[in-house]
Design a protein around this ligand. Sequence first.
Ligand code: HEC
Length: 135
Amino acid sequence: MAAVSAVAALAPAVAFAAPPADKQIQLLAHGKYIVERVGMCADCHSPKGPDGKPIAGEELHGGPLPMSPLHPVPGWADRSVKIAGLPDGYTEAQLATFLETGRTPSGGTASPPMPSYRLNASDARAAAAYLHSLN
Ligand code: HEC
């Protein structure tokens, strides 16, 4: 019995020591899921080769868009920007705010066809942390 209670008493200390690394791994895994499976950022932000497939090693590096509007769209951007690492002019926190509100650091909005995402705060924070972890 004494051995069991000694283990029980130790358990919280062990659980307390482990989380930081685990939490960071979970945050990045969740961010990868948001970027790759929910936001589909690569559709526009990964440059494609002549075969239409993403160019290896340049994922999320920005480039010409693989589509254009049938009718003129005011402000249409025909290139996307590099978002691996962090987009130019963004801190990780500003990127999270952008993905949560659609507001850029200067208080504006992005040009179409960049979607104005409305992720919740934890999804936005995870996506920003994941993009920051790339290069
Ligand atoms: C349908 C195409 C499309 C998708 C999908 C897309 N983007 Fe974009 N994004 C663009 C284009 C085009 C621009 C350039 C327009 C601009 O910078 O205003 C852009 C610009 C940006 C910018 C810079 C905005 C600014 O003007 O300051 C950020 C940051 C960004 N995208 C992040 C993301 C992230 C993160 C995802 C996925 C969650 C994503 N984008 C998905 C097309 C897209």
